[in-house]
Design a protein around this ligand. Sequence first.
Ligand code: PEP
Ligand code: MN
Length: 264
Amino acid sequence: MKTHVQSKDWGLGLAGPLIIAGPCSAETPEQIEKICLEMKAQEMIPKVFRAGIWKPRTRPGSFEGIGEEGLPWMEIVRHHLNIPITTEVGNAAHVELALKHNIDILWVGARTTVNPFAVQEIAEALRGTDIPVMVKNPMNPDLQLWIGALERFHAVGITKLAAIHRGFSDSYDKKFRNKPNWSMPIHLKREWKGMEVVNDPSHIVGKREGLLETAQRAINFGLDGLMIETHHNPDKAWSDAAQQITPAALKALLAAIDFKETNG
Ligand code: PEP
Ligand code: MN
């Protein structure tokens, strides 16, 4: 049986769902600081702070991430919030830099999970470490590919694993940026007992309206946490502006969710 260490034992505390928040992309040190200060002012401190440093975009021509320059800015988060930080890695060079700058948790994005060579390269770069890794579902609704990516990390000795459900690409769907296809995370949890799945309503819905409905469904289906893109000035965000919310809106959203519901 495949086993792994649950996120509650990653040093994140035992209580409550795994709430991950922060901007789609790290943009400037000022932006990171403003988000942290706003989270503090709202008393809306997530368990983990997210910020994309390298951004794989579907089409060229938009902001592709600040890159290595942004890694030291994560110290601003540590200074103000003192919480673990997560960023996306897409290759071994990203892993090396992220580890050098003490990023606490890594995640693999949907565009990387589809590529076993890339996943294996990242896994090899992590061999001998036990840094927590979260694997987003692949772009296409292929449960085996998702599990396979998690297995590649498990096989190199990563014991701290979680999955992120961010929906599945369908250019023609009107309601969702990425269709939730709820059977996927539910089957993942059945096939790999104990695997925690964090729902990412931001990338599923693709806009601010509707985040609550999707987040509530995730909780009702028994998913284990939420990753929500949060920015002090969402309309001016350099990526995914339409879906990011302010720390105040995040606080209201979480307050509106019934975390006790359990039946879909
Ligand atoms: C992100 O989290 O900002 C991101 C690029 O996500 P995904 O891999 O789910 O598209
Ligand atoms: Mn994003």
